[in-house]
Write a protein that binds this ligand. Structure first.
Ligand code: AVI
Length: 326
């Protein structure tokens, strides 16, 4: 079945439930945890934009260097014999980097449809609006929701060759076990000839990494605390955000860069009719931003059953986009 897209822009909306269940389950666990996938409400989207613009946050600049300055090489990694394809971007956000690739592919007259997937409907609407102005000839189908649900929806909409973009070190927001599972699931959801392009943040001087997540202006702290505010607003809770403090760690051996919120006193928080107790200095595990060695990336590729199809690093060699093929 070939997908007919006319007019091009539309956002397929899938309601995301489970937020309440995940929050209650996470805060009743020991140690307490919240999932960083819920960071991205309207305020969280804005704070993440601010993070990407911070001087310390090198990741976006490095990957932008690849997409802006090595676009033809990048395009070569994903094009196969001028065959039409669907370019599906998981966690597209504002597609700041991929826009360079999209523009280049359109200019080259390549036949493809862009399918951005994101959990944030807000950011998808902004993206749709932006792309329809900047690249009016680009066919877009935007899908709001969780990666695999939307990937299956995308597969049901079209049976063309697929190229999956998973950029920005989004894979780093999974621990190694989850990343293994994610890449294997990705492989299972694709067929022979399909490709993935994944952005990995490489291990480097540990100070550089820690500084990127421990900014002096406190934007990363606000990004973490915003999830408590979101829980207050959406789940009728009463977190006092002044009584929680952001704490960041980086372990250069494992490559795990982790953020926590520390309770500054013994306190009770009510989430609709549930009461959650915090001890002074008790932690909420908020986010992992895993950093990779080239060997670890290779291990991940082999375990999940992909073939190697090339890679491009930024000029500092701090970040790599790798192409894998099914
Ligand atoms: C979206 N993700 C790849 C970011 C990261 O670097 O882990 C989220 C982030 N968290 C704090 N700063 C940025």
């Amino acid at each position: 079945m070939n997908l007919k897209l006319n007019p091009y822009s539309k956002v397929e909306n899938t309601p995301i439930d489970g937020f309440r269940l995940d929050v209650l389950e996470g805060l009743k666990s020991n140690p307490k945890r919240l999932s960083s996938k819920y960071f991205y409400d309207k305020n969280g989207d804005r704070l993440f934009q601010e993070i990407m613009a911070m001087p310390e946050y090198y990741l976006t600049k490095c990957e932008l260097d690849i997409f802006q300055n090595k676009t033809p090489e990048l395009a070569q990694l994903i094009i196969s014999d001028n065959e039409p394809f669907d370019l599906i971007e998981l966690g597209a956000g504002d597609a700041m980097k991929s826009t360079f690739l999209l523009q280049y592919l359109v200019e080259q007259g390549i036949n493809f449809t862009y399918m951005p997937i994101d959990i944030s409907g807000n950011i998808l609407s902004i993206l749709n609006e932006k792309l329809s102005h900047e690249i009016p000839d680009l066919p877009i189908v935007a899908l709001e929701g969780e990666y695999f649900q939307m990937l299956q929806k995308a597969a049901a909409l079209s049976h063309r060759r697929k190229v999956i973009l998973f950029l920005g070190s989004n894979i780093g927001n999974m621990d190694i076990g989850e990343a293994d599972q994610f890449c294997s699931d990705l492989n299972q959801n694709l067929t022979s000839g399909d490709k993935v392009l994944i952005g990995f943040d490489l291990k480097k001087n540990p100070h550089t990494i820690l500084n990127a997540y421990n900014d002096k202006a406190g934007i990363t702290a606000a990004f973490n605390l915003n999830l408590l505010t979101r829980i207050n607003t959406e789940l009728d809770a009463d977190f006092d955000t002044d009584q929680f403090q952001h704490y960041q760690t980086y372990d250069p051996v494992s490559g795990a860069c982790k953020s926590y919120l520390v309770s500054l006193k013994d306190q009770k928080v009510t989430i609709d009719d549930h009461s959650i107790s915090f001890k002074e200095n008790e932690l909420i595990d908020m986010e992992i931003s895993q950093k990779f060695s080239p060997e670890k990336i290779e291990e991940l590729r082999k375990k999940s059953g992909f073939l190697s199809a090339g890679e491009i690093k930024d000029s500092k060699r701090w970040f790599v986009d790798v192409a894998w093929e099914v």
